[in-house]
Design a protein around this ligand. Structure first.
Ligand SMILES: [Zn+2]
Length: 210
């Protein structure tokens, strides 16, 4: 099982802009998946998303000609209490990640492309790196979302643990590496293809077709 229950509270969350877009259903399809995995495991973000949905509902109800049903409002209010996500949502995310085919691309490193319908321009994939494994240095322009599924990762001076989320929207090159005793598995979404800048990266991304 890839999506394990967390034993701690995440310390790094999606931005307010991302959660607002997620709540409004206007986030890009590939990025929606990564955000959904975070929200599913993070009570704080579930509360925030429910609040944003509620605000969206009020705005909608104040728009002439648009009525929000009592049922819809009740559903939103129920989510304000921070309930666990629905079993349907859990199953579909598990399914999506479970079906991704893993390819070993270097000693201790596998990559699995995640099939996300309606996200042709986005790349969604999991990457697992064993402790001490060499990961691919890569560069990208535009947005990259990362959700840590297990283990821990050190990237540009910060340690990210299972449940944590990062988003970057500037052009930069980086080379995160595993700092946990177990392999670090991350779920990524990027807009456009990654551009590997080292030998390992060129092989890894060619083999994994990401
Ligand atoms: Zn969160």
């Amino acid at each position: 099982m890839i999506l394990r229950p967390l034993s701690h509270t995440p310390a790094h969350h999606p931005s307010v802009e991302t959660l607002t877009a997620y709540a409004a259903g206007v986030i890009r399809a590939g990025f929606d998946v990564v955000t959904a995995v975070h929200v599913r495991g993070c009570a704080q973000c579930r509360r925030d998303v429910a609040a944003f949905e509620c605000v969206g509902g009020v705005v909608l109800s104040e728009t002439p000609g648009v009525a929000v049903s009592d049922e819809a409002l009740a559903r939103v209010m129920a989510r304000m209490d921070g309930p666990a996500p629905s079993s349907r949502m859990r199953r579909s995310l598990d399914d999506l990640l479970y079906k991704a085919k893993r390819r070993w691309v270097a000693p201790g490193v596998w990559v699995a492309k995640v099939d996300t319908p309606h996200a042709d321009d986005d790349r969604v994939y999991m990457l697992s790196a064993a402790p001490g494994a060499v990961t691919a240095m890569h560069t990208h322009s535009g947005v990259e979302f990362t959700q840590i599924l297990s283990g821990a990762l050190f990237d540009e001076g910060v340690t990210y643990s299972a449940g944590d989320f990062t988003e970057r929207n500037i052009e930069h090159t980086h080379k995160p590496h595993t700092v946990s005793d177990e392999p670090c598995i991350c779920l990524f979404a990027t807009h456009g293809r990654l551009a590997p800048t080292d030998f390992i990266g060129r092989i890894a991304f060619a083999l994994a077709d990401v």
